[in-house]
Ligand binder design. Sequence first.
Ligand SMILES: *Cc1c(COP(=O)(O)O)cnc(C)c1O
Length: 219
Amino acid sequence: MSIKETLTNINDSLPKEVTLVAVSKTKPIETIMEAYEAGQRVFGENKIQEMAQKWEQLPKDIEWHMIGHVQRNKVKYMAEFVSLIHGVDSLRLLVEIDKQAKKHKRVIPCLLQMHIAEESTKFGLDEQELHEMISSETFAQLEHVQIKGLMGMATLTEDQNQIRKEFAHLKFIFDKVQDQLSNISVLSMGMSGDYSIAIKEGSTMVRIGSSIFGARNYN
Ligand SMILES: *Cc1c(COP(=O)(O)O)cnc(C)c1O
């Protein structure tokens, strides 16, 4: 199937209010252009420099989402153009994003990444850390970042019930934190293998790579 046909199928399966982030990490410009020509405008990358190079070469109406782990010393390479940073998991990182956004006289939309999986390797905040972060004085003073919602990744497992429980837990936190973070609307959860479960559990944004573009081109 062509990328265009695959995108059509995926879009037809998504509720209207769910945003599709096409995860194009490791994929070349030509492949991204194929998806672009099929109408896709939101792309996700997990390496800042790779995303910056693609941004330079590709049409400027693409929305670039940083979905990977962010190192503070690299925020400056994406501050000018990034549309949404999904993986914010510390106040120090958020302070750096705020500082770099200010240099470009803009406000950068961000999601706070929650740790919901069983694996200890996946990044993210626990509920206590989330609470401490958003209650802090420093957080209250940030003017160049806007928290749009939460992001999370489920455990890589065949156990659908466990995945469902983890997504349900993230949705629970999302609903609960509305009291403190007004106007949050984005719940980024679900990838190729688990996005239908994520949608049933309340996802508003899915990050899909291999189901659109095939296996990744690591070299
Ligand atoms: C790579 C990646 C995805 C997409 O994964 P697929 O299984 O290829 O759909 C989604 N989210 C994050 C954070 C990723 O790093």
